[in-house]
Design a protein around this ligand. Structure first.
Ligand code: F6R
Length: 363
């Protein structure tokens, strides 16, 4: 049932405020504590975290690396499951392995989990389907409570994965004494406001629709972002490729001058994900390099960022202000909606894109 939406993907994008709130409700107690399912985990016994997944779930892991390293000061290794499993990576003592999967059945992710079993101190999984193989074989299962996801392109599972991973990073920071009570309470209160802010972002639909008309005429699209916006740029490019069949690539903005800038001309739209945070000025300078070569920038930022640099851009998409820690969850909305509207403009099969399956249970 598409609940009045044209596609399951549109329905699932629209459901995000509700499912994020649901996920938060499962992990934050009424007295403001982060509660994990049993048997729980003690992060003081962990010196290193290995995160493994495929596709969109892999980008959730890449995002979480920034949170675990910056907030909890735990070194994190992230890999795609198909590489990890055959590399025979050494698993250090006092380490945990964390697997992220919507379906819980992805063959490569499951094989990577089995490789770590008996080598890592703890096997954790962040999954959507609780009765899945990956869940069954984990020591600690963290469900994301996103509800059934039908659209092949993952949307609400991604933002719920991010929500649960951020809560886990905060819990790790708390265990390890890396965050004081006041800062933690502020993070949790920001998280509680998140569903409303995501609702507001969904309201910028008209702007995204217009930008998508431009994207639908392109052959190639570049996505740029720094810091937490880099994995999100990767996710934006993947979404666009999957459902609109337009070639899209993402780069860490600082990598632009090391090669991809050679691609820029007036035919290449460049989506720049840049909230007005500590890295904003650096990203803006990359954006100006693009514009100097006639690249058409679609700037996704907040009111302050757009006021400062929006007039130089070809199009702008305004997001609400939010604490920088939460920007990946919020900016997932324009990443998804840009791809969605582009695909609709092109007339592709949004919910069942060609050559793709919802659950990849073979290698
Ligand atoms: C992208 C997408 C895929 C999946 C990937 C992993 O929109 O849906 O990239 O994220 O196949 O699937 P799960 O999360 O089920 O392991």
């Amino acid at each position: 049932d598409k609940a009045g939406h044209k596609h399951f993907m549109a329905k699932e994008i629209a459901e995000q405020p509700g499912v994020i709130a649901q996920a938060l409700g499962h992990y934050i107690s009424s007295d403001g504590q982060i509660i994990l399912p049993k048997p729980d985990i003690d992060f003081t016994a962990i010196d290193r975290l290995t995160m493994v997944a495929c596709g969109t779930a892999y980008y959730a892991c890449l995002t979480a690396k920034y949170w675990f390293e910056q907030i909890a000061r735990i070194p994190v290794e992230v890999d795609v499951a198909s590489e990890f499993r055959y590399r025979e990576p050494p698993i250090p003592a006092r380490s945990a392995a964390l697997f992220v999967s919507q379906s819980g059945e992805t063959a490569d992710t499951l094989a990577a989990l089995r490789y770590c079993a008996g080598k890592s101190d703890t096997i954790l999984s962040v999954i959507n389907v609780p009765e899945s193989s990956i869940a069954r074989e984990s020591d600690l299962v963290l469900p994301i409570h996103a509800g059934v996801e039908v659209g092949v392109a993952s949307t609400k599972a991604f933002t719920c994965q991010l929500t649960v991973l951020l809560l886990l990073a905060l819990r790790a920071a708390q265990d390890r004494g890396e965050v004081d009570a006041k800062t933690l309470a502020r993070h949790l209160s920001d998280l509680r406001d998140l569903p409303n802010i995501v609702s507001t972002a969904l309201g910028a639909n008209a702007e995204m629709h217009q930008a998508a008309i431009k994207l639908s005429e392109a052959r190639d699209v570049l996505f740029l972002g720094r810091g937490l916006m880099y994995p999100l740029a990767l996710e934006g490019a993947l979404k666009l490729k999957e459902i609109s069949y337009i070639h899209a690539e993402a780069y860490a903005a600082g990598e632009l001058k090391h090669g991809p800038i050679a691609l820029i001309d007036k035919h290449v739209p460049v989506v720049v994900m840049a909230p007005r945070d500590a890295l904003f000025e650096k990203t803006v300078s990359n954006m100006q390099e693009v514009m100097a070569r006639k690249g058409r920038v679609i700037l996704v930022s907040d009111a302050t960022g757009i006021e400062e640099f929006g007039q130089e851009a070809f199009a702008t998409i305004e997001m609400p202000q939010i604490s920088s820690v939460l920007t990946p969850i919020l900016y997932a909305i324009p990443a998804q909606l840009l791809a969605y509207h582009t695909a609709v403009a092109k007339g592709t099969d949004v919910d069942q894109p060609r050559n793709l399956a919802k659950s990849v249970t073979v290698e």
